[in-house]
Design a protein around this ligand. Structure first.
Ligand code: ADP
Length: 366
C-alpha cells in the first residue's frame, strides 16, 4: 500500500473504536485492507470475533473515518466480516478435535446464575455469528437440558465410540443430564465426576465449533482444579453476584485458575440490580459496583452486568432463554454485548500454534 491516502485511511480506520468493546480496531487486532479505486476508497475489515450485532454501526463508523481521511470528497465502500481462530490453551495442552476454543464458565459457589449465564452466553455468541457448542459439565445439577428445551432426549452415536451432540436453538449440546438422572450424579465423588466430565468432553463428536462453552460445576475444589488442568481451556469467565460473600468466593476461583495458568477473560456480574416489573425502576439490591471493583482489583475486564429480572428466570427455566425468546429485547442485547466482549477478549490472546500447523511426520528407512 504505497498510496499515501490509502495509508492515511488505514491509520484512521485502525483508530475507530469498536462499539461495546473497549478497544479500537487496531488494538483488537483487526486486519484492515484499503484500496483506492476510481469510485473511491474501498475498505475491508476482518475481525477475529463475531460481531453481527454491531456490524452496521461499525460499518458507518469506518466509512465516516475513511471518507474524512480521504478528504471527504467521496464516500468509502466498507465491508466487515470475521473468522474465529484457535487461541492457545493453558499449559501447552492439545486443543479438542472439532473445537477451536473452549470457554469455561465458572463460579465460586452455586446459585449465582452460572448455568443461566452460560446458556445465554452460548446463544448470544451464536446470534453474533459463530458456531457454538455447550457442554453442561455441572454434574451436581445439570440444568442445560431444561434451559435449552431438550430435557428427556438422549444423544446417539454413529461410531459406537463418540456421542453425537443434540441440537438446541442452533447450538450443539451435550450434558451429563442426558445420560443419568440427577439423583445418581449427586452422589458421585470427585474422581468419578472428573472421569465423567472428561468422557463428555473428549468423547463427543463436536462439529467444527468456533467456541465450546463449558458450564463447570460450581466451586473451586479438587474437581474444578483437576478439570482446569486437563481440559484445554482458551479462557475462563467468572460469574458472580455483587454481594461481598459472593465476591470473596469468586476471588478464590480467580486465584485457582490463575494458579493453573488458565487465561482469565473477565467477570460477568449477574443479578446486578433488580428491575421492578411494574415501574422498570432499577435498584442495586445486593450493592453496586462489586463486579467492577473485583475486576479492577484483579486487572481483568468486567464483561457486563446482567440485571435480576424475572423474565430471565421464567424464559430460561421454560427452555427458551431471553436471547432466543426475545432476540430484539433489552436482555438479549445485554447478553450479546457480553458475548462480543468475551469473544473480543479471547481474540486478543496468543494464537494456538498447534492448531495452525499440521503435524509433520518424518518417515525414516527410505
Ligand atoms: P447456578 O448455575 O449458579 O447454580 P442457575 O443458573 O441455575 O445458577 O440459576 C439459579 C436460579 O436463578 C434459576 O432459577 C435461574 O432461572 C435464576 N436466575 C439466574 N440468573 C438470573 C437473573 N439474572 N435474573 C433472574 N433470575 C435469574
Amino acid at each position: 500500500m504505497s498510496d499515501p491516502i490509502a495509508a492515511d485511511i488505514q491509520r484512521a480506520v485502525a483508530a475507530v473504536s469498536i462499539p461495546d468493546v473497549d478497544a479500537t480496531l487496531g488494538a483488537a487486532g483487526a486486519r484492515i485492507e484499503t484500496r483506492i479505486t476510481a469510485d473511491g476508497p474501498v475498505v475491508a475489515v476482518h475481525l477475529g470475533f463475531p460481531a453481527a450485532g454491531i456490524r452496521a454501526a461499525l460499518e458507518s463508523a469506518v466509512a465516516a473515518a475513511a471518507s474524512t481521511a480521504a478528504g471527504g470528497a467521496t464516500a468509502a465502500k466498507v465491508s466487515i466480516d470475521w473468522s474465529v481462530t484457535a487461541r492457545a490453551p493453558q499449559g501447552g495442552l492439545t486443543p479438542l478435535p472439532g473445537v477451536k476454543n473452549v470457554i469455561a464458565v465458572a463460579s465460586g459457589k452455586g446459585g449465582v446464575g452460572k448455568s443461566t449465564t452460560a446458556a445465554n452466553l452460548a446463544l448470544a455468541l451464536a446470534a453474533e455469528g459463530a458456531r457454538v457448542g455447550l457442554l453442561d459439565a455441572d454434574v451436581y445439577g445439570p440444568s442445560q437440558p431444561t434451559m435449552l428445551g431438550v430435557a428427556g432426549r438422549q444423544p446417539g452415536s454413529r461410531d459406537g465410540k463418540t456421542f453425537e451432540p443434540l441440537q438446541a436453538h442452533g447450538l450443539q449440546v451435550m450434558s451429563v443430564g442426558f445420560l443419568v438422572d440427577d439423583s445418581q450424579a449427586m452422589i458421585w465423588r470427585g474422581p468419578m465426576v472428573t472421569q465423567v466430565v472428561n468422557q463428555l468432553i473428549f468423547q463427543t463428536a463436536w462439529q467444527d465449533l468456533d467456541y465450546l462453552v463449558v458450564d463447570l460445576p460450581p466451586g473451586t475444589g479438587d474437581t474444578q482444579l483437576t478439570l482446569s488442568q486437563k481440559v484445554p481451556v482458551a479462557g475462563v469467565v467468572i460469574v458472580t453476584t455483587p454481594q461481598q460473600v459472593a465476591m470473596q468466593v469468586a476471588r478464590r476461583g480467580l486465584k485457582m485458575f490463575e494458579k493453573v495458568g488458565v487465561p482469565l477473560l473477565g467477570i460477568i456480574e449477574n443479578m446486578s440490580s433488580f428491575v421492578c416489573p411494574k415501574c422498570s425502576h432499577e435498584e442495586p439490591l445486593f450493592g453496586a459496583g462489586g463486579g467492577a471493583d473485583l475486576a479492577a482489583e484483579c486487572g481483568i475486564p468486567l464483561l457486563g452486568a446482567i440485571p435480576l429480572d424475572r423474565t430471565i428466570r421464567a424464559q430460561t427455566d421454560a427452555g427458551r432463554p431471553p436471547v432466543v425468546a426475545e432476540p430484539q429485547g433489552i436482555l438479549a442485547q445485554r447478553y450479546r454485548e457480553v458475548a462480543r466482549r468475551t469473544a473480543a477478549a479471547l481474540a486478543r490472546r496468543p494464537a494456538d500454534q498447534k492448531h495452525k500447523f499440521p503435524r509433520i511426520v518424518v518417515e525414516s528407512g527410505r
